[in-house]
Design a protein around this ligand. Structure first.
Ligand code: HEM
Length: 223
């Protein structure tokens, strides 16, 4: 970046370089880490969810639908409940829950009958939008992954108003990578390898591979 030159042949300003570096450092790491945490937290705090997730993974494994390193398409197709858990976790705990401001372009905009001129800074908060009862219904604040599976039309609506990765032209550039990580990695490294019914009971003997365990041991008993 120090060597980059603008169209006018000038070096980038140091503040701009710092901002870019901060973005690269924070954009992909903390956000994905925070999402992992909230997914695992919701699974651990909800015994019904935990049982359903584990049953789904175990059945998909027994049926040979998941590779040793679960593939994105396999998880999407054969673990719909787990996918819904990921979406519901991101809905309630969007990793970047602050606002992402935008400046209104030429002509301004009308908000709820109020005109805001060009250049006005406007923003929207994902934490609030994701709890909008007009979109998600009266139980908007509850963790209920099944909502994503009940109706295709509703799921489309939820996706339309999802701001986990921001919105529009400046939306997250790493969204696809992040979703791939979130669908694949917990299945491989965590959910299958520890007894999360008892959060402290991490099974070292199962740490090698969820699938090793699946092939040789009773799947649901983790004591
Ligand atoms: C769960 C994980 C992630 C979440 C929740 C997330 C969320 C976000 C959000 C909310 C924004 C601001 C979007 C806006 O202003 O509308 C953003 C921007 C960005 N993200 Fe992510 N992100 C994640 C993972 C990643 C990863 C893995 C990468 C890179 C590999 C990445 C790269 C970027 C970049 C480069 C931007 C700036 C885009 C721009 O300004 O044009 N993000 N992300």
């Amino acid at each position: 970046m120090l060597e980059v030159r603008t169209e006018e042949g000038k070096p980038l300003e140091m503040d701009y370089i710092k901002a870019e570096i901060l973005l690269v450092m924070l954009a992909g790491a903390d956000t994905t880490g925070t999402a992992f945490q909230s997914i695992l937290r919701f699974i651990m705090l909800n015994p019904t969810t935990y049982t359903k997730v584990m049953t789904e993974i175990d059945e998909a494994t027994r049926a040979g639908h998941l590779s040793a390193m679960p593939q994105y398409d396999e998880v999407l197709k054969h673990c719909p409940f787990y996918v819904a858990v990921v979406k519901e976790s991101l809905r309630l705990y969007p990793s970047a829950s602050s606002v992402f401001p935008r400046l209104l372009s030429k002509g301004g905009m009308i908000f709820d009958g109020q005109f805001a001129p060009e250049g006005t800074e406007v923003a929207c908060n994902p934490w609030v939008v994701h709890r909008d009862e007009n979109i998600y219904g009266a139980d908007a604040s509850e963790f209920r992954p099944d909502r994503w599976l009940e109706s295709e039309d509703k799921a489309k609506l939820y996706n339309k108003y999802n701001m986990t990765f921001g919105y529009g032209a400046r939306g997250c550039l790493g969204k696809d990578i992040a979703m791939m990580e979130l669908y694949k990695a917990p299945l491989q490294v965590s959910v299958g390898n520890m007894d999360m019914g008892n959060a402290v009971n991490i099974r070292a003997d199962r740490a090698a591979s969820f699938f090793e365990r699946s092939a040789s041991k009773p799947l649901m008993k983790r004591t």
